[in-house]
Ligand binder design. Structure first.
Ligand code: CU
Length: 72
């Protein structure tokens, strides 16, 4: 199963991590999402198809949390 951790510098508080986790959980194929306000990262596991890293990063842009740096 594909997984990635990415840096998102717009994460500032628990509301940000909740928004990211809830919005991504609604995307078809997402298995787990864990956002960290301390590290300003999100770690995602998904089934491909239907989800793709492209769809995930597009959604993150739409909700105001673009990926700054893909770590893994
Ligand atoms: Cu916040």
């Amino acid at each position: 199963m594909p997984n990635k951790t990415a840096n998102i510098s717009n994460i500032n508080c628990g509301h940000c991590t909740n928004t990211i986790e809830q919005e991504l959980a609604d995307l078809e194929g997402i298995v787990t999402v864990k956002a960290s306000k301390e590290d300003k990262t999100v770690t995602i596991e998904w089934n491909e198809p239907p989800a793709t890293w492209g769809k995930i990063t597009e959604l993150l842009v739409e909700i105001g949390y673009p990926v700054n740096n893909q770590l893994t």
